[in-house]
Design a protein around this ligand. Structure first.
Ligand code: SAH
Ligand code: AVI
Length: 336
Protein backbone atom coordinates (compact mmCIF):
# COMPACT_ATOMS: atom_id res chain seq x y z
CA UNK A 1 0.00 0.00 0.00
CA UNK A 2 1.24 3.48 -0.85
CA UNK A 3 0.05 6.35 1.37
CA UNK A 4 0.22 10.07 0.59
CA UNK A 5 -0.68 12.72 3.17
CA UNK A 6 -1.28 16.37 2.37
CA UNK A 7 -3.03 18.60 4.93
CA UNK A 8 -6.43 17.09 5.66
CA UNK A 9 -6.20 14.60 2.79
CA UNK A 10 -4.84 11.05 3.16
CA UNK A 11 -4.89 8.77 0.12
CA UNK A 12 -4.08 5.05 0.34
CA UNK A 13 -3.39 3.45 -3.01
CA UNK A 14 -3.97 -0.29 -3.02
CA UNK A 15 -3.93 -0.78 -6.77
CA UNK A 16 -0.62 -1.50 -8.44
CA UNK A 17 0.92 -3.89 -10.94
CA UNK A 18 -0.99 -6.76 -9.33
CA UNK A 19 -4.16 -5.10 -10.58
CA UNK A 20 -3.10 -5.17 -14.14
CA UNK A 21 -3.11 -8.87 -13.27
CA UNK A 22 -6.69 -8.58 -12.14
CA UNK A 23 -7.67 -7.37 -15.64
CA UNK A 24 -5.44 -10.06 -17.16
CA UNK A 25 -7.06 -12.76 -15.00
CA UNK A 26 -10.56 -11.52 -15.83
CA UNK A 27 -9.78 -11.43 -19.56
CA UNK A 28 -8.18 -14.87 -19.51
CA UNK A 29 -11.07 -16.35 -17.56
CA UNK A 30 -13.88 -14.40 -19.24
CA UNK A 31 -12.84 -14.68 -22.89
CA UNK A 32 -12.10 -18.40 -22.80
CA UNK A 33 -15.59 -19.33 -21.56
CA UNK A 34 -18.22 -20.76 -23.91
CA UNK A 35 -20.35 -17.65 -23.13
CA UNK A 36 -17.85 -14.79 -23.07
CA UNK A 37 -18.01 -12.27 -20.24
CA UNK A 38 -15.99 -9.44 -18.68
CA UNK A 39 -16.73 -7.75 -15.32
CA UNK A 40 -17.93 -4.12 -15.44
CA UNK A 41 -15.33 -2.69 -13.03
CA UNK A 42 -12.92 -2.39 -15.97
CA UNK A 43 -15.18 0.21 -17.68
CA UNK A 44 -13.86 2.98 -15.49
CA UNK A 45 -10.58 4.25 -16.89
CA UNK A 46 -10.41 8.05 -17.32
CA UNK A 47 -12.45 7.95 -20.54
CA UNK A 48 -14.94 5.45 -19.08
CA UNK A 49 -15.48 7.67 -16.04
CA UNK A 50 -16.09 10.68 -18.34
CA UNK A 51 -18.56 8.69 -20.42
CA UNK A 52 -20.35 7.58 -17.25
CA UNK A 53 -20.70 11.24 -16.24
CA UNK A 54 -22.27 11.97 -19.63
CA UNK A 55 -24.64 9.02 -19.21
CA UNK A 56 -25.81 10.54 -15.92
CA UNK A 57 -26.90 13.67 -17.76
CA UNK A 58 -28.89 11.87 -20.46
CA UNK A 59 -32.67 12.35 -20.38
CA UNK A 60 -33.10 8.58 -20.76
CA UNK A 61 -30.86 7.72 -17.78
CA UNK A 62 -33.21 8.47 -14.88
CA UNK A 63 -31.39 6.75 -11.92
CA UNK A 64 -29.02 9.63 -11.18
CA UNK A 65 -31.78 12.25 -11.27
CA UNK A 66 -34.10 10.10 -9.17
CA UNK A 67 -31.49 9.36 -6.51
CA UNK A 68 -30.49 13.01 -6.43
CA UNK A 69 -34.15 13.97 -5.89
CA UNK A 70 -34.31 11.60 -2.89
CA UNK A 71 -31.12 13.07 -1.42
CA UNK A 72 -32.33 16.63 -2.01
CA UNK A 73 -35.54 15.87 -0.14
CA UNK A 74 -34.15 13.66 2.63
CA UNK A 75 -30.46 14.29 3.35
CA UNK A 76 -31.32 16.27 6.48
CA UNK A 77 -33.60 13.45 7.71
CA UNK A 78 -30.92 10.83 6.98
CA UNK A 79 -28.38 12.79 9.01
CA UNK A 80 -30.85 13.37 11.85
CA UNK A 81 -31.81 9.66 11.90
CA UNK A 82 -28.22 8.34 11.83
CA UNK A 83 -26.27 11.14 13.54
CA UNK A 84 -23.58 10.45 10.90
CA UNK A 85 -20.13 11.77 11.79
CA UNK A 86 -18.31 9.73 9.17
CA UNK A 87 -19.31 8.88 5.62
CA UNK A 88 -17.61 5.94 3.91
CA UNK A 89 -18.55 5.74 0.22
CA UNK A 90 -18.00 2.73 -2.04
CA UNK A 91 -17.64 3.40 -5.78
CA UNK A 92 -17.67 7.12 -4.98
CA UNK A 93 -16.89 8.36 -8.53
CA UNK A 94 -17.13 12.16 -8.62
CA UNK A 95 -19.21 12.12 -5.40
CA UNK A 96 -21.64 14.52 -7.11
CA UNK A 97 -24.74 13.43 -5.13
CA UNK A 98 -22.73 12.70 -1.99
CA UNK A 99 -22.13 16.42 -1.59
CA UNK A 100 -25.79 16.76 -0.55
CA UNK A 101 -25.17 14.40 2.37
CA UNK A 102 -21.89 16.04 3.34
CA UNK A 103 -23.58 19.45 3.28
CA UNK A 104 -26.37 18.15 5.55
CA UNK A 105 -23.79 16.65 7.94
CA UNK A 106 -21.90 19.93 8.00
CA UNK A 107 -25.12 21.89 8.65
CA UNK A 108 -25.95 19.53 11.52
CA UNK A 109 -22.46 20.04 12.95
CA UNK A 110 -21.63 16.29 12.88
CA UNK A 111 -19.31 16.09 9.83
CA UNK A 112 -15.81 14.77 10.65
CA UNK A 113 -14.44 12.38 8.05
CA UNK A 114 -15.23 11.25 4.49
CA UNK A 115 -13.74 7.98 3.23
CA UNK A 116 -14.28 7.55 -0.54
CA UNK A 117 -13.19 4.25 -2.13
CA UNK A 118 -12.97 3.87 -5.90
CA UNK A 119 -10.82 2.16 -8.52
CA UNK A 120 -10.19 5.47 -10.29
CA UNK A 121 -7.31 7.28 -8.56
CA UNK A 122 -7.76 10.57 -10.39
CA UNK A 123 -11.33 10.91 -9.12
CA UNK A 124 -10.37 10.11 -5.53
CA UNK A 125 -7.64 12.75 -5.52
CA UNK A 126 -9.69 15.44 -7.28
CA UNK A 127 -12.77 14.86 -5.11
CA UNK A 128 -10.70 14.86 -1.92
CA UNK A 129 -9.05 18.21 -2.61
CA UNK A 130 -12.36 19.81 -3.66
CA UNK A 131 -14.14 18.60 -0.53
CA UNK A 132 -11.57 19.76 2.03
CA UNK A 133 -11.82 23.21 0.39
CA UNK A 134 -15.63 23.15 0.59
CA UNK A 135 -15.72 21.90 4.21
CA UNK A 136 -12.97 23.37 6.40
CA UNK A 137 -12.04 20.91 9.14
CA UNK A 138 -13.19 17.87 7.15
CA UNK A 139 -10.66 15.02 6.91
CA UNK A 140 -10.79 13.01 3.68
CA UNK A 141 -9.21 9.55 3.76
CA UNK A 142 -9.41 8.30 0.18
CA UNK A 143 -8.79 4.71 -0.83
CA UNK A 144 -7.83 3.80 -4.37
CA UNK A 145 -8.92 0.21 -4.37
CA UNK A 146 -11.37 -2.50 -5.32
CA UNK A 147 -14.33 -2.82 -2.96
CA UNK A 148 -14.50 -6.55 -3.72
CA UNK A 149 -11.02 -7.02 -2.22
CA UNK A 150 -10.02 -3.99 -0.18
CA UNK A 151 -12.78 -3.35 2.36
CA UNK A 152 -10.48 -4.49 5.21
CA UNK A 153 -8.31 -1.42 4.42
CA UNK A 154 -11.12 0.99 5.28
CA UNK A 155 -9.79 2.73 8.41
CA UNK A 156 -11.31 1.80 11.76
CA UNK A 157 -14.27 4.00 12.68
CA UNK A 158 -13.66 7.04 14.82
CA UNK A 159 -15.99 8.31 17.54
CA UNK A 160 -19.54 8.85 16.37
CA UNK A 161 -21.82 6.98 13.98
CA UNK A 162 -20.57 5.82 10.60
CA UNK A 163 -22.72 5.66 7.46
CA UNK A 164 -21.47 3.50 4.58
CA UNK A 165 -23.02 4.81 1.35
CA UNK A 166 -23.24 2.59 -1.73
CA UNK A 167 -25.09 4.78 -4.20
CA UNK A 168 -26.13 4.84 -7.83
CA UNK A 169 -27.44 1.28 -7.95
CA UNK A 170 -23.89 -0.09 -8.30
CA UNK A 171 -24.82 -3.03 -6.03
CA UNK A 172 -27.04 -4.16 -8.94
CA UNK A 173 -23.95 -4.65 -11.11
CA UNK A 174 -23.28 -7.91 -9.25
CA UNK A 175 -25.10 -11.21 -9.72
CA UNK A 176 -27.18 -12.36 -6.73
CA UNK A 177 -24.63 -14.56 -4.91
CA UNK A 178 -21.75 -12.11 -5.28
CA UNK A 179 -24.06 -9.26 -4.35
CA UNK A 180 -25.03 -10.88 -1.06
CA UNK A 181 -21.40 -11.71 -0.24
CA UNK A 182 -20.43 -8.11 -0.97
CA UNK A 183 -23.23 -6.79 1.25
CA UNK A 184 -22.11 -9.15 4.02
CA UNK A 185 -18.53 -7.84 3.73
CA UNK A 186 -19.87 -4.28 3.84
CA UNK A 187 -21.82 -5.23 6.98
CA UNK A 188 -18.49 -5.96 8.68
CA UNK A 189 -17.62 -2.26 8.43
CA UNK A 190 -20.64 -1.46 10.60
CA UNK A 191 -20.94 -1.59 14.39
CA UNK A 192 -24.29 -2.94 15.58
CA UNK A 193 -26.43 -0.32 17.27
CA UNK A 194 -24.32 2.52 15.94
CA UNK A 195 -23.65 2.43 12.18
CA UNK A 196 -25.74 2.33 9.01
CA UNK A 197 -25.70 1.25 5.39
CA UNK A 198 -27.24 3.74 2.93
CA UNK A 199 -27.92 1.73 -0.21
CA UNK A 200 -29.15 3.01 -3.60
CA UNK A 201 -31.10 0.48 -5.66
CA UNK A 202 -32.87 0.94 -8.98
CA UNK A 203 -36.42 -0.41 -9.02
CA UNK A 204 -38.19 -2.79 -11.43
CA UNK A 205 -40.32 -0.82 -13.88
CA UNK A 206 -41.64 -0.69 -17.45
CA UNK A 207 -39.07 -2.54 -19.61
CA UNK A 208 -39.26 0.20 -22.26
CA UNK A 209 -38.14 2.81 -19.75
CA UNK A 210 -35.36 0.50 -18.54
CA UNK A 211 -34.11 -0.39 -22.00
CA UNK A 212 -34.06 3.26 -23.14
CA UNK A 213 -31.88 4.12 -20.13
CA UNK A 214 -29.23 1.65 -21.35
CA UNK A 215 -29.58 2.32 -25.09
CA UNK A 216 -29.79 6.09 -25.43
CA UNK A 217 -30.40 7.99 -28.65
CA UNK A 218 -26.98 9.71 -28.94
CA UNK A 219 -25.18 6.40 -28.33
CA UNK A 220 -23.21 7.44 -25.22
CA UNK A 221 -23.91 4.16 -23.45
CA UNK A 222 -22.80 2.30 -26.59
CA UNK A 223 -19.53 4.23 -26.48
CA UNK A 224 -19.15 3.49 -22.74
CA UNK A 225 -19.72 -0.21 -23.46
CA UNK A 226 -17.21 -0.36 -26.33
CA UNK A 227 -14.65 1.55 -24.25
CA UNK A 228 -14.11 -1.69 -22.33
CA UNK A 229 -12.45 -3.11 -25.45
CA UNK A 230 -10.23 0.00 -25.68
CA UNK A 231 -9.12 -0.68 -22.08
CA UNK A 232 -8.19 -4.27 -22.97
CA UNK A 233 -6.39 -3.11 -26.14
CA UNK A 234 -4.35 -0.57 -24.21
CA UNK A 235 -3.64 -2.50 -21.01
CA UNK A 236 -3.12 -5.96 -22.46
CA UNK A 237 -1.81 -5.18 -25.93
CA UNK A 238 -4.92 -6.59 -27.62
CA UNK A 239 -6.16 -5.82 -31.13
CA UNK A 240 -9.96 -5.67 -30.81
CA UNK A 241 -11.49 -3.87 -33.80
CA UNK A 242 -13.67 -1.83 -31.44
CA UNK A 243 -15.93 -0.46 -34.19
CA UNK A 244 -16.81 -3.98 -35.27
CA UNK A 245 -18.75 -4.60 -32.03
CA UNK A 246 -22.37 -3.55 -31.70
CA UNK A 247 -23.88 -2.37 -28.39
CA UNK A 248 -26.72 -4.58 -27.11
CA UNK A 249 -28.87 -3.80 -24.04
CA UNK A 250 -32.02 -5.65 -23.02
CA UNK A 251 -34.12 -6.28 -19.93
CA UNK A 252 -34.11 -9.94 -18.92
CA UNK A 253 -37.70 -10.17 -17.67
CA UNK A 254 -37.15 -13.41 -15.77
CA UNK A 255 -34.06 -12.33 -13.84
CA UNK A 256 -35.20 -8.70 -13.73
CA UNK A 257 -31.88 -7.27 -14.75
CA UNK A 258 -30.54 -5.23 -17.65
CA UNK A 259 -27.84 -6.98 -19.58
CA UNK A 260 -25.30 -5.14 -21.71
CA UNK A 261 -23.38 -7.05 -24.33
CA UNK A 262 -21.09 -6.41 -27.27
CA UNK A 263 -21.98 -8.32 -30.45
CA UNK A 264 -19.29 -9.15 -33.01
CA UNK A 265 -20.45 -7.95 -36.44
CA UNK A 266 -18.39 -10.60 -38.25
CA UNK A 267 -16.08 -13.54 -37.60
CA UNK A 268 -12.97 -12.27 -35.80
CA UNK A 269 -9.77 -13.49 -34.26
CA UNK A 270 -8.51 -11.17 -31.52
CA UNK A 271 -4.93 -11.33 -30.26
CA UNK A 272 -4.39 -10.45 -26.59
CA UNK A 273 -0.63 -9.90 -26.77
CA UNK A 274 0.11 -9.69 -23.04
CA UNK A 275 -1.51 -13.08 -22.50
CA UNK A 276 -0.29 -14.77 -25.67
CA UNK A 277 -3.96 -15.55 -26.24
CA UNK A 278 -6.04 -15.70 -29.46
CA UNK A 279 -9.78 -15.37 -29.01
CA UNK A 280 -12.22 -16.39 -31.75
CA UNK A 281 -15.57 -14.64 -32.19
CA UNK A 282 -18.23 -16.21 -34.43
CA UNK A 283 -20.39 -13.78 -36.45
CA UNK A 284 -22.97 -12.22 -34.07
CA UNK A 285 -21.35 -13.83 -31.02
CA UNK A 286 -21.93 -11.77 -27.88
CA UNK A 287 -19.71 -10.83 -24.97
CA UNK A 288 -21.56 -9.90 -21.75
CA UNK A 289 -20.10 -6.76 -20.18
CA UNK A 290 -22.57 -5.80 -17.43
CA UNK A 291 -25.70 -6.77 -15.61
CA UNK A 292 -27.69 -4.11 -13.77
CA UNK A 293 -30.20 -5.74 -11.44
CA UNK A 294 -33.46 -3.98 -10.70
CA UNK A 295 -35.07 -4.41 -7.31
CA UNK A 296 -38.47 -5.14 -5.83
CA UNK A 297 -39.03 -4.53 -2.10
CA UNK A 298 -38.78 -8.33 -1.62
CA UNK A 299 -35.42 -8.59 -3.42
CA UNK A 300 -34.01 -5.70 -1.42
CA UNK A 301 -35.18 -7.11 1.94
CA UNK A 302 -34.02 -10.63 0.95
CA UNK A 303 -30.52 -9.52 -0.01
CA UNK A 304 -30.08 -7.44 3.12
CA UNK A 305 -31.40 -10.17 5.41
CA UNK A 306 -29.07 -12.71 3.79
CA UNK A 307 -26.20 -10.31 4.46
CA UNK A 308 -27.04 -10.01 8.16
CA UNK A 309 -28.59 -6.56 7.85
CA UNK A 310 -31.99 -5.31 8.98
CA UNK A 311 -33.82 -3.07 6.53
CA UNK A 312 -35.13 0.14 8.06
CA UNK A 313 -36.40 3.20 6.19
CA UNK A 314 -36.88 2.99 2.42
CA UNK A 315 -37.07 6.34 0.63
CA UNK A 316 -38.18 6.78 -2.98
CA UNK A 317 -38.41 9.66 -5.46
CA UNK A 318 -41.85 11.09 -6.34
CA UNK A 319 -42.06 8.89 -9.49
CA UNK A 320 -41.12 5.73 -7.58
CA UNK A 321 -38.20 4.97 -9.91
CA UNK A 322 -35.37 4.47 -7.41
CA UNK A 323 -34.95 3.60 -3.72
CA UNK A 324 -32.51 4.66 -1.04
CA UNK A 325 -32.62 2.48 2.04
CA UNK A 326 -31.10 2.61 5.48
CA UNK A 327 -30.19 -0.62 7.21
CA UNK A 328 -28.27 -1.70 10.29
CA UNK A 329 -26.34 -4.83 11.25
CA UNK A 330 -28.64 -7.38 12.87
CA UNK A 331 -25.83 -8.85 14.95
CA UNK A 332 -22.04 -9.19 14.81
CA UNK A 333 -21.56 -10.55 11.28
CA UNK A 334 -19.65 -13.83 11.25
CA UNK A 335 -16.79 -14.35 8.80
CA UNK A 336 -18.02 -15.87 5.50
N1 SAH B 1 -21.51 6.43 -6.91
C1 SAH B 1 -21.47 7.21 -8.14
C2 SAH B 1 -20.73 6.49 -9.28
C3 SAH B 1 -21.40 5.24 -9.80
S1 SAH B 1 -20.50 4.56 -11.19
C4 SAH B 1 -22.88 7.55 -8.55
O1 SAH B 1 -23.81 7.10 -7.87
O2 SAH B 1 -23.04 8.27 -9.53
C5 SAH B 1 -19.71 3.22 -10.39
C6 SAH B 1 -18.45 3.66 -9.67
O3 SAH B 1 -17.95 2.53 -8.98
C7 SAH B 1 -17.35 4.14 -10.61
O4 SAH B 1 -16.81 5.33 -10.09
C8 SAH B 1 -16.33 3.01 -10.61
O5 SAH B 1 -15.01 3.45 -10.80
C9 SAH B 1 -16.57 2.39 -9.25
N2 SAH B 1 -16.30 0.96 -9.21
C10 SAH B 1 -16.81 -0.02 -10.00
N3 SAH B 1 -16.37 -1.23 -9.60
C11 SAH B 1 -15.57 -1.00 -8.52
C12 SAH B 1 -14.84 -1.85 -7.66
N4 SAH B 1 -14.84 -3.17 -7.82
N5 SAH B 1 -14.15 -1.29 -6.64
C13 SAH B 1 -14.13 0.07 -6.46
N6 SAH B 1 -14.81 0.93 -7.26
C14 SAH B 1 -15.52 0.39 -8.27
C1 AVI C 1 -22.73 2.20 -12.09
N1 AVI C 1 -23.95 1.46 -12.45
C2 AVI C 1 -24.93 1.47 -11.39
C3 AVI C 1 -24.52 1.87 -13.74
C4 AVI C 1 -25.83 1.09 -14.00
O1 AVI C 1 -26.82 1.73 -14.32
O2 AVI C 1 -25.83 -0.13 -13.84
C5 AVI C 1 -23.55 1.66 -14.88
C6 AVI C 1 -24.14 1.92 -16.22
N2 AVI C 1 -24.12 1.08 -17.22
C7 AVI C 1 -24.74 1.62 -18.26
N3 AVI C 1 -25.20 2.79 -17.92
C8 AVI C 1 -24.81 3.03 -16.64
Amino acid sequence: MQRTVSGDVVVDCLLGPADERSLADDVLDGLTRPFKELPPKHFYDTRGAELFDRICELPEYYPTRAERAILEAHSDDIVARTGAAELVELGSGTAAKTRLLLRAMDDAGTLRRYVPLDVTEEMIRRTASELVEEHPGLVVHGIVGDFERHLPYVPAPEDGPRVVAFLGGTVGNFPPGTRRRLLRAIGRLLRPGQDWLLLGTDLVKDPEVLEAAYDDGPGITAEFNRNLLCVVNRELDADFDVGAFEHVAFFDREREWIEMRLRACRRMRVRVGALGLDVEFAPREELRTEISAKFTPERLAGDLTAAGLALGDVLTDPDGLFALSLSTPRRAVAAA
